[in-house]
Design a protein around this ligand. Structure first.
Ligand SMILES: Cc1cc2nc3c(=O)[nH]c(=O)nc-3n(C[C@H](O)[C@H](O)[C@H](O)COP(=O)(O)OP(=O)(O)OC[C@H]3O[C@@H](n4cnc5c(N)ncnc54)[C@H](O)[C@@H]3O)c2cc1C
Length: 478
C-alpha cells in the first residue's frame, strides 16, 4: 500500500485528492491524507447565503473556455447545477475622470475588432483611436525576451489603453499591475498572435471568424446555482473523513530515504509521496531544509492580497443602477475601489428580483495596507466611493467582507523561466509534486488541472498509473 500526503485543501489540493480517490476506488493500492490548516476545505472558495442572496467570498465563477472546472463539476454530478453568466447584460464600464464610460462593443479583452464603435466611444482619445487603426498594419514579430503586459500593450496601442483597460482588467484577475506582470505568462495568446499576424486586431478577427464558423460562441463565465462552494462540498463528500485532517497545519517536512516525514499539530506521519498544494510562499517555508534551492525559487514568486465586500440593497437601488456587469477603476483615478460587480445582473439567480447585490474589490499589489483596516472603515471607504461614482446613498441591508492575504500569485516578468527552474529542481526530488495557482494559471479551472496533473504525475512515478482498470493518467508536467 502506497501512502500519499496532500498539503493544502483548496481547489488544487481537492482536485489532486479527487484523482487519487478515483484510482483508490478503482483498486489502486494507495491511501492518502489531506492536511489543511484551517477548519474548512476550499481555500479561497467560500460561499455564504445571506437573506436569499448568494454571496461569494472569493471566486464567483470561472472562464467557460477553460473546461477543467466544469468537467470536474459534471463528474461530481453537478452538471444540472451549472449556470452561465447573463451575457445579454454584459456591459462593463470604466471610470474616467469620475464618470462611468462603457467599454465599446467589438473590443475583445482589450483588442478592438470593430472600428466603428471604438471611433464613437468616449473612452479613448483621438490619439489612441489613431493608434488602434495603425495597429492593423503591425507586422509579425517575436521579441527575444519576456516583457511586461504594459510594455507589450503600449507597443500596440499606447499608454492610454494600458491605463484605461489593460491595468484595470489585470488588476481584476490578478490583483496585480500591468507594468509588473509577464506578457508571456499572462497573455500567451497575444504573444502568439503577434508572432503569427503582427496585429492583434487582425489576429482576433481571424480567430473570431473560426469561432463563428464552428458555431462555438458561448457565455463568458460559468458558475454554480448556489455558489462556488457547491463544488467544494461535492468534492468533500467523496472523501472518507478519516483521510482529511482539518485545522492541522503542517509545520515541518523531512525528506527520508524512501519518502517523507510530515509533522503537523505535534504528530508525525510517514508517506511515500507528497503533493504540496499550498501557495508558493507556504511551500517555500515547508521545503526550506529538505530542498533549500527549490524553496528559494518558490519564495521568489510574489503574491498580492485582496478584499471583497458584498453589499445587499433593496429594489429602489436595483432600479437606479446602470445596466451591465459592473465597472473597473483605472489606477489614475486614485480610488481605493478596484472594481465592482452588479451580481444581480451578471448572475440573476444569485439575488431575488427585489434585491441588488454589489460586490466590491479592493487591495491588490498597490494597496496591501487596506487589509490592516477594520471592517467598518473598509465599508465606509467603499460606500463613500460608490456614492461618488454611482450616486448611491442608500444604507446597505447587509454587508459581508472577506480579506485574502497573499492569496493571488503574481506572474511577474520572467515567470516562465522561474517555472522551468522550479520544474528542474523538483524533478531532482523523488516523490514530490507541486500544485496551485502559483504556476500555470491562477483561475479555478487552471487550479483543477494543476491538482489533477500533480496526482497523475505521482501515480505515474509510483507505477500506479495503470493499476486502476478504466482510469488513465496523462502523465503530464506539474
Ligand atoms: C478574492 C478572489 C477572487 C477570485 N476570483 C476568481 C474568479 O472569479 N474566477 C477564477 O477562476 N478564479 C478566481 N480567483 C482565483 C482562484 O480562486 C484561486 O487561484 C484558487 O481558488 C486557488 O486555489 P488553491 O487551492 O491553489 O489555493 P488556496 O485556495 O489558497 O488553498 C491553499 C490551501 O492551503 C492551505 N495551507 C497553506 N499552508 C498550509 C500548511 N502549512 N498546512 C496545511 N495547509 C496549508 C490553506 O489554508 C488553503 O486552504 C480568485 C481569487 C481570490 C482570492
Amino acid at each position: 500500500m502506497k501512502r500519499i500526503a496532500i498539503i493544502g485543501g483548496g481547489i488544487s489540493g481537492l482536485s489532486a485528492a479527487f484523482t487519487l480517490e478515483q484510482h483508490r476506488r478503482a483498486g489502486a493500492p494507495l491511501e492518502y491524507v489531506m492536511y489543511e490548516s484551517t477548519s474548512r476545505l476550499g481555500g479561497v472558495i467560500s460561499t455564504e447565503q445571506v437573506e436569499k442572496c448568494v454571496v461569494e467570498a472569493g471566486p464567483d465563477s470561472f472562464l467557460t473556455e477553460k473546461p477543467w472546472a466544469a468537467d470536474l463539476c459534471r463528474e461530481l454530478g453537478l452538471g444540472d447545477e451549472l449556470v452561465v453568466s447573463n451575457d445579454a447584460e454584459r456591459k462593463t464600464y470604466i471610470l474616467v475622470k469620475g464618470r462611468l464610460l462603457p467599454i465599446p462593443d467589438g473590443l475583445i479583452f482589450m483588442v478592438p475588432t470593430r472600428m466603428l464603435p471604438v471611433v464613437f466611444s468616449r473612452l479613448f482619445s483621438p490619439i489612441t483611436k489613431l493608434r488602434m487603426v495603425r495597429e492593423w498594419l503591425c507586422q509579425p514579430q517575436r521579441p527575444s525576451k519576456d516583457e511586461s503586459v504594459a510594455e507589450f500593450v503600449e507597443r500596440h496601442y499606447g499608454t492610454e489603453l494600458v491605463d484605461r483597460l489593460a491595468d484595470p482588467l489585470l488588476s481584476g484577475v490578478y490583483g496585480g499591475e500591468a507594468s509588473q506582470l509577464s506578457v508571456r505568462a499572462v497573455l500567451p495568446r497575444f504573444v502568439q498572435m503577434e508572432a503569427s499576424h503582427g496585429s492583434l486586431g487582425r489576429a482576433m478577427v481571424a480567430a473570431r471568424r473560426k469561432t463563428v464558423a464552428n458555431n462555438s460562441s458561448r457565455p463568458l463565465f460559468t458558475s454554480l446555482k448556489s455558489g462556488m462552494q457547491q463544488m467544494v462540498d461535492a468534492l468533500a463528500a467523496r472523501f472518507s473523513p478519516s483521510f482529511i485532517r482539518l485545522a492541522t497545519p503542517v509545520s515541518q517536512l523531512g525528506s527520508e530515504e524512501n519518502g517523507w516525514m510530515i509533522s503537523a499539530s505535534g504528530a508525525r506521519d510517514y508517506f511515500d509521496s507528497l503533493i504540496i498544494a499550498t501557495p508558493a510562499h507556504a511551500a517555500a517555508k515547508l521545503l526550506l531544509s529538505a530542498a533549500p534551492e527549490l524553496s528559494n525559487k518558490l519564495r521568489s514568486i510574489q503574491y498580492s492580497s485582496s478584499v471583497t465586500l458584498t453589499m445587499g440593497y433593496d429594489s429602489r437601488v436595483r432600479s437606479s443602477l446602470p445596466p451591465g456587469f459592473g465597472f473597473l477603476v483605472p489606477r489614475s483615478e486614485s480610488n481605493r475601489l478596484l472594481a465592482a460587480t452588479f451580481v444581480h445582473n451578471k448572475f440573476p439567480q444569485r439575488a431575488p428580483e427585489d434585491r441588488a447585490l454589489i460586490r466590491c474589490f479592493l487591495g491588490g499589489s498597490r494597496d496591501e495596507e487596506i487589509l490592516q483596516l477594520p471592517e467598518d472603515e473598509i465599508i465606509r471607504i467603499a460606500r463613500q466611493e460608490l456614492r461618488e461614482i454611482l450616486g448611491l446613498d442608500a444604507e446597505p441591508l447587509f454587508a459581508r467582507i472577506y480579506k485574502w492575504k497573499a492569496a493571488m500569485a503574481q506572474y511577474t516578468v520572467g515567470h516562465l523561466d522561474r517555472l522551468e527552474r522550479i520544474d528542474r529542481l523538483r524533478q531532482q526530488i523523488p516523490g514530490l509534486a507541486l500544485a496551485g495557482n502559483a504556476y500555470r494559471g491562477i483561475g479555478v479551472p487552471d487550479c483543477v488541472r494543476s491538482g489533477t496533473q500533480a496526482a497523475e504525475q505521482l501515480l505515474s512515478t509510483m507505477g500506479l498509473a495503470g493499476s486502476a482498470p478504466g482510469l488513465s493518467t496523462a502523465g503530464t508536467k506539474p
